[in-house]
Design a protein around this ligand. Structure first.
Ligand code: COA
Length: 330
């Protein structure tokens, strides 16, 4: 079977920077609390009129160009987001239309923070099997329109930001590129990190009472998420290495989902790898859910932190709970 590798990446960050200082004018919080608990100094919020699909398109244009391709070359696309432009249809078809692509298949993935890695595994399988040659994988989020920016929502809303990232996956020699994907879920924790509404089990799905009660905002059991994340990240990274007969010393860099700086630091400690081997850019963008890994990967490549032959591990944990890893020989 042929291999599958990432041919190009791109990212899109809205120009509007929202600092911790700005958040202190909207809710009862402090810059110190946010930095100390999360490592975040600023994040980006979109201006009205920009949806997740727009960030996805912007990132995809760059990724496709860097892959040396045009939108017409893409044969299938996967869009991962928890914040689609509309309840249905998903963002995939919007990207197909906005980029003037042929009537290719467009799949939406909704596994939140692991969405990009779940999407990448689909691309990996399709390309390795010869089903498609070029698959576009997008992770993009507009969190800012779904957060309670008053004091009542401060534990969640200081963490999340908007952004988009994309990667084009294409054929490679066997043994080069994506070596394996490892995907997990544990739905008994679904309610520990969720946005409850609109909800098909409610009649109607959304009502003034539900909105007044804030049931359309994301809620999070922060301590619970933290405890599970610091266990699952190292576990799924080790799983990827073991599956490929490698050890931690083979790793060139880990690019984790940017959940929280303290989680990233705890992962480095648990794996006993130097902190500089675990990439972090959360201080600039906050947690951008499905977008955080492709944004981070794109920055790593741009900064020259990934060279040909490097062993790169992408890893994620989040709402669901879901967790995943992808091991790549660059
Ligand atoms: N500013 C100031 N105070 C805040 C605050 C904010 N933005 N958010 C919460 N607080 C308050 C709480 O109300 C609480 O006050 P109390 O002691 O008077 O009740 C206090 O800070 C401590 O809250 P607690 O929840 O115990 O803090 P924590 O040390 O557990 O940190 C998180 C909270 C959310 C930062 C932490 O649990 C965490 O990092 N969880 C993982 C979150 C994450 O990464 N999510 C993304 C997953 S993909």
């Amino acid at each position: 079977m042929r291999g599958a590798r990432i041919l190009g990446t791109g990212r899109a960050l809205p120009p509007r920077v929202v600092t911790n200082a700005e958040l202190t004018t909207r809710m009862d919080t402090t810059e110190e609390w946010i930095v100390q608990r999360t490592g975040i100094r600023e994040r980006r919020f979109v201006d009205p009129g920009t949806g997740a699909s727009d960030l996805g398109v912007q990132a995809s244009r760059v990724a496709i160009e860097r892959a040396g391709l045009t939108p017409k070359d893409i044969q299938f696309l996967v869009f991962a987001t928890l914040s689609p432009d509309m309840f249905f249809p998903g963002c995939g078809v919007l990207v197909q239309e906005k980029m003037g692509m042929d009537t290719i298949g467009a799949l939406d993935v909704r596994t939140q923070c692991t969405g990009f890695l779940y999407g990448l595994s689909v691309a990996e399988a399709y390309v390795k099997a010869g089903f498609y040659d070029y698959v576009l994988v997008i992770g993009a989020e507009v969190q800012s329109t779904g957060m309670d920016l008053s004091t009542a929502g401060r534990d969640v809303s200081v963490i999340f930001g908007d952004g988009g990232g994309a990667a084009v996956v294409g054929p490679s020699d066997p043994g080069r590129g994506i070596l394996s994907s490892h995907l997990h879920s544990e739905g008994k924790y679904a309610r520990e990190l969720m946005a409850e509404a609109p909800a098909s089990i409610e009649h109607p799905r959304i009502s003034k009472e539900m909105i007044d009660a804030g049931r359309h905002y994301g809620t999070m059991n922060g301590r619970y998420v933290f405890t599970h994340a610091v266990r699952r990240f190292p576990e799924v990274i080790r799983e990827a290495l073991e599956a490929n007969g490698m050890t931690l010393s083979d790793l060139s860099i880990v690019i984790p989902h940017q959940a929280n700086l303290r989680i990233t630091q705890a992962v480095a400690k648990a794996l006993e790898v130097p902190p500089e081997k675990v990439f972090s850019n959360i201080e600039k963008y906050g947690n951008t859910t499905a977008a955080s890994i492709p944004i981070a990967l794109d920055e790593c490549i741009e900064e020259g932190r990934i060279r040909e032959g490097d062993i790169v591990c992408l890893a994620a944990f989040g709402s669901g709970f879901t967790w995943a890893s992808t091991l790549i020989r660059w």
